[in-house]
Design a protein around this ligand. Structure first.
Ligand code: ATP
Length: 134
């Protein structure tokens, strides 16, 4: 099966570096399934799971905001954070989710940075989804 090189990098370093068969990401413009030979492009990513197919396995990463760069034989993802299921602390993600939900519940009572709370909630939900393997 044809492969392409995938690199996923965050400020903490490399999270994935290897040959893959397919990468699925959620770009701002919608879901992108990237196969070898995909048209070159650069797209901003939404906070979501990235699905990587390689060696008959599917690996999930919880990825927060970043960019995907698609070249003819390589895909590069640069993100604020990216975690494998095993790296995710579900308890911490649940606490972050509750904190964000409480903030969003208080929108009318005090000055809340709604966008910030919504993004925190999305990061927490993505981490919980990836840690549960879905
Ligand atoms: P929290 O409020 O729990 O810090 P957050 O969404 O604000 O969550 P980020 O700013 O996205 O956290 O991430 C900061 C760093 O902590 C990154 O390196 C990220 O990989 C790591 N991180 C955040 N949440 C978790 C988690 N639940 N499990 C493991 N690592 C996490």
């Amino acid at each position: 099966m044809a492969t392409m090189h995938l690199s996923v990098v965050t400020p903490d370093g490399s999270v994935f570096d290897g040959e893959v068969e397919m990468v699925s990401v959620r770009a701002e413009s919608g879901e992108m399934g990237i196969l070898p030979g995909h048209v070159p492009t650069v797209a901003p990513l939404k906070i979501d799971a990235v699905r990587i197919k390689y060696e008959n396995k599917v690996k999930l990463l919880a990825v927060s905001e970043g960019f995907v760069e698609v070249r003819s034989d390589a895909v590069n993802i640069l993100a604020e954070s990216a975690e494998t299921p095993g790296e995710i602390d579900p308890k911490r993600a649940r606490i972050a989710k509750e904190r964000a939900e409480e903030r969003l519940d208080r929108i009318n009572e005090e000055e809340i940075d709604v966008m910030r709370a919504k993004l925190a909630l999305k990061r927490a939900n993505t981490r919980l989804k990836v840690s549960e393997g879905s």
